[in-house]
Design a protein around this ligand. Structure first.
Ligand SMILES: [Zn+2]
Length: 138
């Protein structure tokens, strides 16, 4: 299914981010792992367009993410390139959830979110390039 159609099914056409000032109507896919200046090509497109890596946002909230990157990162809405979107909780209008690649999501228990966050901080404090996934830490 095309990405926009799949996202619209999950969001119901309503912005999933809902920051203050939200315009309500979801219009664009916001990628959690940013593609950078050159964009993505070939097989990387499918990887980038996984539903777990995409959020359906309104224009305002899409802009908000860019203007408030540290906050958007803390919310799991923007991820580092090495992150696995399936394993990173994200704060959306549903609450703190794990997104899947089938167009669904599952609530993340607060304790789990905290543990993941702490593991992340430890990892960043020691060495970002160790290549650990969250599965190894948890
Ligand atoms: Zn919005």
């Amino acid at each position: 299914m095309e990405l926009r159609a799949a996202l619209a099914l999950r969001s119901g056409g309503v912005c999933e981010i809902q920051q203050e000032g939200c315009q309500g109507r979801a219009v664009e896919p916001c990628h959690r792992i940013k593609t950078g200046m050159g964009g993505v090509h070939g097989a990387a497109i499918a990887e980038s367009d996984r539903l777990s890596n995409c959020v359906h946002g309104c224009r305002w909230c899409g802009r908000w993410q860019h203007d408030h990157e540290p906050m958007a990162k803390a919310y799991g809405q923007i991820l580092s390139r090495s992150a696995d979107p399936l394993k990173e909780p994200i704060l959306l209008r549903y609450g703190v959830v794990f997104l899947d690649d089938e167009g669904g999501w599952e609530l993340c228990p607060p304790a789990t979110a905290r543990e993941i966050r702490e593991a992340q901080r430890r990892r960043e404090a020691t060495n970002e390039d160790l290549g650990y996934g969250l599965a190894d830490v948890g």
